[in-house]
Design a protein around this ligand. Structure first.
Ligand code: C2E
Ligand code: MG
Ligand code: MG
Ligand code: MG
Length: 276
């Protein structure tokens, strides 16, 4: 077993749905303390333009090192935060740190929202306060929502998204390709972009028809007027396939893992394609 305390260490992966009730409760207690101490870290994963391979955006991803558990899987602590009523505060802290970092860069910054979040009437207020405090222009902030958000209340989702976009921020549908994706419904939503789920990549590579399948998804985006970002790009082959299929942005380990803000700052100084 890993030593308790000390520095950052991996104690193995705790799949979100496997942690028992007691564990989840303990995690909620520790997470609440971490939020009070502003101890949630944010790291940034580059997103590149598919053609130039220059970094045009970054996704902010929450990271948490618990004093007793080491690094905790984001899927686990995010789901605990949702359940324990801590997600609004977590998002606020992530958004604030992300906006402050991004204000010094000349790229867009993407922040993930949980399904319930944008429905909170106070969300727009805290968003505006964070933009004002950081000096980040609204059009450089992209909110990533999931199908869970849309499913919550289909009739009002459209209105909420319109209000957010009226503030000038962009909205992307994350993990596209995993869920319900009713096309008639998607067509009515005010979105700016689709992010193709990385599970999809696992499926397509190696299959004969993978190229046409990827192209079909991009065409679907086209017909909705939405550019498509591919995430989870791990190899040059995948990058080439997705670029040829028409994805306009690529994100994944091939272009860079999530890193601390200072690290991305250094990389942005020589904003070029990764050496291969
Ligand atoms: P997501 O928004 O779809 O983020 C992409 C996830 O894919 C990240 O996992 C990222 O580290 C991982 N990833 C990126 N490139 C690759 C790749 O090439 N290969 C593989 N295997 N994985 C890659 P992470 O950081 O563990 O986050 C998991 C999920 O947790 C995120 O999925 C997002 O739904 C959620 N999450 C993370 N931070 C936040 C946050 O601040 N707020 C909310 N509400 N959710 C968050
Ligand atoms: Mg995301
Ligand atoms: Mg995603
Ligand atoms: Mg996700």
């Amino acid at each position: 077993a890993a030593k308790a305390g000390g520095k950052r260490q991996w104690r193995g992966y705790e799949p979100a749905m496997d942690a028992g009730r007691d564990t989840r409760h303990q995690i909620a207690v520790e997470l609440r303390a971490a939020l009070q101490q502003d101890a949630i870290d944010v790291c940034f994963q580059p997103i590149v333009d598919a053609r130039s391979e220059h970094i045009v955006a970054a996704e902010a991803l929450a990271r948490w090192t618990s004093p007793t558990r080491g690094m905790v899987d984001p899927a686990l602590f995010i789901s605990v935060a949702e359940e324990a009523g801590l997600i609004s505060e977590l998002t606020r802290q992530v958004m604030r740190k992300a906006a402050r970092a991004a204000a010094k860069w000349d790229i867009s910054i993407a922040v993930n929202l949980s399904a319930a979040e944008a429905w909170d009437a106070r969300f727009a207020d805290s968003l505006l306060a964070i933009l004002a405090d950081s000096g980040l222009p609204a059009n450089r902030l992209e909110l990533e929502i999931t199908e869970g958000f849309l499913l919550r209340d289909a009739d009002n989702a459209r209105e909420i998204l319109s209000e957010l976009r009226a503030l000038g921020v962009k909205v992307a549908l994350d993990d596209f390709g995993t869920g319900f994706a009713s096309l008639t419904y998607l067509r009515k939503l005010p979105l700016d972009r689709l992010k193709l789920t990385r599970e999809f990549l696992g499926e397509i590579v190696g299959e004969d028809n993978s190229r046409s399948l990827a192209a079909a998804i991009v065409q679907l985006g086209d017909s909705l007027g939405l550019p498509v970002t591919a995430e989870g790009v791990e190899t040059a082959e995948q990058a080439a396939l997705l670029r040829d299929a028409g994805c306009t942005r690529l994100q994944g380990w091939y272009y860079g893992k999530p890193v601390a803000a200072a690290h991305l700052t250094r990389r942005l100084k020589q904003n070029v394609a990764p050496a291969v």
